[in-house]
Design a protein around this ligand. Structure first.
Ligand code: KG4
Ligand code: ZN
Length: 349
């Protein structure tokens, strides 16, 4: 089992996530969730993607009610908090600024220490939330395929706060590949869940799209969008109803291409590094095919596989809280001069 420092009393952490288009607040008692609320921003659906300016405004509107409800639901008072954790990056600058400014105000008013959190690290450490339903959380070292709307990374996780990115996308993220293809098919934003749903009724081998060849454990997904675009343009010339008539097969084929590409590199990394504990994380890890394929591969290769509960795949503040918890054990606080960083990278501890 992984070693976790024993504490003489429980620690309470309030966590805030505001890196993109979800305003979320959670309260953790050590590694257990007392509350985890997410306010989605439907406004972006009208525009087919996240509009940064509108996201910041929605965070401004939502942040106080969401935090208030999270604290209320947890049944604690602000006095009981041991720390306030917040997302310092990566993400949209305007969105990050709302969360960062808010927690600074709260820290000043309550005298509680602040802990800054890397959003991508939080996706990975979501596996260690008590409520994630595992009998045992992942053992170190494990590989984590972290796939979201902004990132696609293969990470070697050596300890709670020791993560190394060994591969990543050189252009679009896997989530973007889902979302951009969905847009070409006329599906609403965010496209990932729509493609997942329609693909269940489609044939994954109906159409074939080229997979990018990229060295090492890196990825590239921008070519997929272009190849779907040209393919649709040619087909629509012959049959104006092509998308309507083949939408399920199109979704299944694109999803198959993305998931296959993701696993090609993950398999390579697992073999090269001789690591047999494999996890997935991030919004795209909610994808049905990605989840079932990891299970199949796990059985075939005798891997221990870790698939987070749906509620911990997409953005949520509980995952920020769990990083906060591990940093609190290290007394790794930040001061009131902390500024958001839209391109924040991992730091080794
Ligand atoms: O981690 P996340 O909630 O936000 C970021 O940090 O980006 O990930 C959002 C991404 C979006 O691109 C969304 O389309 C994708 O995750 N996503 C999915 C599914 N659910 C969310 N992609 C494929 N299948 C899904 N079921
Ligand atoms: Zn995310």
């Amino acid at each position: 089992m992984n070693k976790i420092k024993e504490l003489n009393r429980p620690r309470y952490i309030l966590a805030i996530e505001s890196s993109c288009d979800d305003t979320s607040a959670a309260v953790l008692k050590d590694r257990a969730i007392l509350s985890n609320l997410v306010a989605n921003q439907d406004i972006h659906k009208e525009y087919g993607g996240v509009v940064p300016e509108l996201a910041s405004r929605a965070h401004q509107k939502n942040i106080i009610p969401v935090v208030h409800q999270a604290v209320d639901k947890a049944g604690i008072t602000l006095d009981q908090l041991d720390a306030i954790a917040f997302t310092r990056g990566p993400g949209l600058m305007g969105s990050l600024l709302v969360g960062t400014s808010f927690v600074k105000g709260l820290a000043l008013a309550t005298g509680k220490p602040l802990i800054d959190v890397n959003h991508m690290q939080a996706h990975v450490l979501a596996h260690f939330i008590d409520n994630n339903g595992y009998e045992h959380p992942p053992e170190f070292p494990f590989l984590c395929l972290t796939v979201s709307g902004g990132h696609t990374q293969i990470i070697v996780v050596r300890d709670y706060l020791d993560l190394e990115v060994i591969g990543q996308t050189l252009d679009d993220a896997a989530g973007e590949a889902f979302d951009k293809t969905a847009k070409l098919l006329g599906l609403p934003y965010p496209g990932g869940p729509q493609i997942d749903r329609l693909a269940k009724e489609g044939d994954p081998l109906a159409f074939s799209f080229a997979k990018a060849r990229v060295p090492g454990y890196n990825y590239s997904f921008s070519g997929l969008k272009t190849s779907v675009l040209y393919f649709l343009r040619d087909q629509l010339k012959k049959d104006p109803d092509f998308i309507k008539n083949h939408v399920n097969d199109l979704c299944a084929s694109v999803q198959h291409t993305i998931v296959d590409t993701l696993f090609d590199k993950l398999l390579m990394a697992a073999k090269d590094l001789n690591i047999n504990s494999i996890a997935i994380a991030g919004g795209v890890s909610a994808n049905g095919l990605l989840r079932s394929r990891l299970k199949e591969l796990g059985d075939a290769h005798s891997w221990n596989t870790y698939i987070p509960k749906f509620e911990f795949c997409t953005d949520n503040a509980a995952m920020i809280g769990i990083v906060g918890y591990f940093k609190l054990l290290n007394e790794d606080y930040c001061d009131l001069s902390a500024v958001p960083d839209a391109r924040l990278a991992y730091s080794h501890v």
